[in-house]
Write a protein that binds this ligand. Structure first.
Ligand SMILES: *[C@@H]1O[C@H](CO)[C@@H](O)[C@H](O)[C@H]1NC(C)=O
Ligand SMILES: *[C@@H]1O[C@H](CO)[C@@H](O)[C@H](O)[C@H]1NC(C)=O
Ligand SMILES: *[C@@H]1O[C@H](CO)[C@@H](O)[C@H](O)[C@H]1NC(C)=O
Length: 475
């Protein structure tokens, strides 16, 4: 009895060597669950909406799909996953007026003798959450750690992996479930439905400062002031793309005397070599045939006032991407079908007019980034609502990116006022998720976030892309 789906099931396309994922248009009123990952401690988060929230309901986390749950009596002393409440990303002060967060793992374990087992006891239940009675929407941070090694094993064939969450009632009936999901080919899987749309017409998940990740980094072990404010993502570019991201925000620095001259640059630090980013995009596109917007902007270091280094960079990009580069004659009005017909899947969107004039065969104009430059959630919320007030798509074919993250000011960084970008993301990512899911998704185009795995933006993008089709075909 998994959540009611409308009849519009997007066609199953048999790709020569893999079965396309099927997407359903979910009734927005049905019970729905999401799994996300917090930025600061990399704990699994689980959230839901439209829950019956009755006494005895539970949300149970497992490492594989559970088909049946049974109640057992707990031998005295069996530990349940437990964690301090204040770790929750949804439990910051002041969150109460938006979504009340006050569920808990069974707080009094010794007094509660009953517990749930999955699949006849073969599958361990890692954590059991008790929804607050009467509250239909909640967002929890569990104490279950997520290991990004799992994320690295995701391939273009992955759908669910790592963790599942099931919402059950007192009798153990599964009312809804979800899993951690990858979206390696969502554009192709939806091809028959979204092929006629322009990039501007889709809800496209993006990342902010996409190249600011560090392989094998553990924020619980090695965090410093620099990593706290320089890193913005936990998956590498391949991981981001595998999980559905299609807009990359690329800020390149130039280092004349370094063997690798082009690097991603963020804040005050060099991040990944641009070559690594390019290789991952290229390999991903070859493997999946997905369409990527590669947004270059800011050029924070080493470019000087002249155009010489820009020329080097554009020539380098051209040599690297070659035939994959979307020719600007496609223009932003091209439908996905037009783009696929040409097999030019990478849009090099470049923020420098003189270069657009010099390389009219290679470069698109920049994606319009709407960036609030604000430090608090109320101001970010106001900003995002304002810019989404009307549907500019009607007037405009160039993609627009909502930059949905907080930005610390220089002195805030030096004084570590906000506790780092991870903490800031945990503070806003669940709220952004709700805001786009419940209100702003209709007109949204690109939405780019920090630590995107702490948001439900990718799934919400799928929902709205499907909803567009459903609504178009029903009117
Ligand atoms: C927890 O269990 C103890 C002992 O059974 C009991 O005295 C106490 O009231 C319980 N607390 C809660 C919050 O249920
Ligand atoms: C990733 O896959 C490899 C090969 O199948 C496996 O040995 C490894 O345990 C996996 N890593 C995780 C974290 O599951
Ligand atoms: C964009 O390309 C289409 C054909 O793909 C063409 O009809 C249209 O005029 C172009 N628009 C502009 C502004 O060049």
């Amino acid at each position: 009895m998994v959540g009611k789906a409308f009849l519009l099931a997007v066609s199953m396309q048999l790709v020569s060597w893999s079965v396309a994922q099927t997407y359903h248009f979910e009734d927005p009123k049905s019970l729905r669950l999401w799994l996300t990952i917090s930025a600061r401690k990399r704990f699994l988060e689980v959230s839901w909406r439209n829950a019956p929230a009755r006494k005895g309901d539970r949300v149970l986390i497992t490492t594989q799909e559970a088909h049946v749950f049974q109640k057992r009596l707990r031998p005295v002393g069996t530990p349940l996953a437990a964690f301090p409440r204040e770790e929750g990303s949804g439990s910051e002060e002041g969150s109460g007026n938006y979504v009340p967060i006050n569920g808990y793992t069974d707080p009094n374990q010794s007094a509660n003798q009953e517990f749930w087992v999955a699949n006849g006891g073969e599958l361990a239940v890692l954590a059991g959450l008790q929804p607050s009675v009467g509250l239909s929407t909640q967002w929890f941070t569990t104490g279950v750690p997520f290991d990004y090694e799992l994320s690295k094993n995701v391939t273009a064939q992955t759908h669910c992996y790592g963790f599942w969450a099931s919402y059950i009632n007192e009798e153990g009936d599964i009312l809804a479930r979800t899993c951690l999901k990858a979206f390696p080919r969502w554009m192709n899987d939806l091809k028959s439905k979204i092929g006629e749309l322009r990039l501007r017409d889709l809800f496209i998940p993006g990342t902010h400062d996409s190249g600011s990740y560090r392989p094998n980094f553990d924020p619980l072990l090695r965090e410093s002031l620099v990593t706290k404010y320089a890193l913005t993502q936990d998956d590498d570019i391949r991981g981001q793309l595998m999980h559905g991201v299609r807009y990359l925000d690329i800020r390149v620095g130039y280092y004349r005397n370094s063997p690798e001259q082009f690097f991603i640059y963020h804040g005050i630090t060099k991040q990944r070599p641009l070559q690594e980013v390019i290789n991952q995009v290229r390999d991903f596109v070859h493997e999946t045939n997905e369409i990527i917007i590669f947004g270059l902007k800011e050029f924070p270091i080493g470019f000087g006032k002249g155009l010489g280094v820009h020329r080097l960079l554009v020539t380098y990009l051209r040599d690297q991407f070659q035939d994959l580069i979307a020719h600007p004659s496609l223009n932003w009005s091209a439908s996905l079908r037009d783009i696929w017909a040409r097999k030019q899947n990478v849009f090099l969107a470049y923020e420098k007019q003189a270069m657009l004039d010099e390389f009219p065969e290679t470069l698109f104009g920049p994606v319009d980034q709407r960036w609030g430059n604000v430090q608090t959630w109320p101001r970010l919320e106001t900003y995002l609502r304002n810019i989404n007030e009307f549907d500019v798509a009607r007037f405009y074919s160039r993609p627009i990116a909502d930059m949905a993250e907080l930005t610390p000011e220089t002195w805030d960084v030096i004084l570590d006022k906000h506790g780092g970008l991870r903490k800031m993301s945990d503070n806003v990512n669940w709220r952004i998720s709700l805001l786009y899911r419940d209100e702003l998704g209709t007109h949204a185009n690109i939405v780019a976030a920090d630590f995107i795995r702490g948001t439900t933006l990718v799934e919400t993008a799928m929902d709205f892309n499907l909803r567009k089709i459903y609504e178009d075909s029903s009117t």
